[in-house]
Design a protein around this ligand. Structure first.
Ligand code: SAM
Length: 236
């Protein structure tokens, strides 16, 4: 009998989370493909990235930035730091930074153990990443820690569809997909964020419920920060 557990919504699929080394190695293989099909990724998801990240501001951290696919959607005046575990993905991200007029650096780092001070970023963004972190709650807690009170945590994630037959297909093949791609495609991103204790300001799903756009606040934010942030949004 297989030792695999069946992936149910919100729970990790597969027999055990892949180690950081396994994930790093699998993305070393993926990096050339992701570069080659970058145009397709941008055509399919670019509008959501622009919608969510287009008004990021200040010092911005892109967690698990991959090949830097989010960078073109950020305002050109941000001070950008991208981190990822894969040197191959970071090499493409570095090239992309060079092509864009964005101030920034990229660094190799584990999202679950960020080497940044508390409250050191105005905006923390991450895309299509929580599905692959060995411990996604630990990574979200780190995003929370480094985001300053009054700052924003913006997440563009994929997960279990709202459409029954698609969700059942995802559930049925969750273990196989995790074993081959290191991706938990039937997890519920919003559930993870709520489990981490981040206050969610907005969450919307797209593409048959497979994509989720989330705007959260750091958990230590005071009520005064929340009101101030709300007023500044209303003031445009
Ligand atoms: C599916 S890719 C997404 C990349 C990019 N954010 C995007 O939207 O296309 C997942 C990325 O997460 C990175 N990653 C996985 N686990 C990580 C960890 N613990 N710390 C940092 N990066 C990690 C991988 O190297 C890979 O670049």
């Amino acid at each position: 009998m297989s030792s695999h557990t069946t992936g149910s919504a919100g729970e990790p699929a597969g027999p055990r989370p892949m180690s950081l080394e396994e994930i790093r190695d699998s993305y070393a293989d993926c990096a050339p493909w992701m570069d080659r099909f970058d145009w397709l990724e941008r055509r399919l998801t670019g509008r959501y990235r622009r919608e969510l990240f287009g008004d990021a501001s200040g010092r911005v951290l892109d967690v698990a930035c991959g090949n830097g696919v989010n960078f073109p959607y950020l305002p050109s005046d941000v001070d950008l730091v991208g981190i990822d575990i894969s040197p191959e993905m970071l090499s493409s991200a570095r090239d992309r930074l060079g092509d864009l007029e964005v101030d920034g650096t990229v660094r190799r780092m584990d999202a679950q153990d960020l080497a940044f001070d508390d409250d050191s970023f105005d905006t923390v963004i991450s895309s299509l990443s929580t599905c692959t972190f060995p411990d996604p709650v630990a990574a979200l807690e780190e995003m929370d820690r480094v985001c300053r009170p009054g700052g924003r945590i913006l997440l563009f994630e994929h997960g279990r569809s709202d459409v029954g037959p698609i969700a059942r297909f995802q559930d049925r093949f969750a273990d196989v997909h995790y074993a081959s791609a290191g991706c938990r495609w039937n997890q519920e991103p919003l559930e993870l964020v709520l489990r981490t204790g981040l206050p969610v300001r907005e969450a919307e799903t797209r593409a048959l419920g497979i994509l989720t756009l989330i705007e959260a606040r750091p958990s230590q934010e005071s009520i005064v920060d929340t009101i101030r942030a709300r007023l500044s949004t209303l003031a445009g």
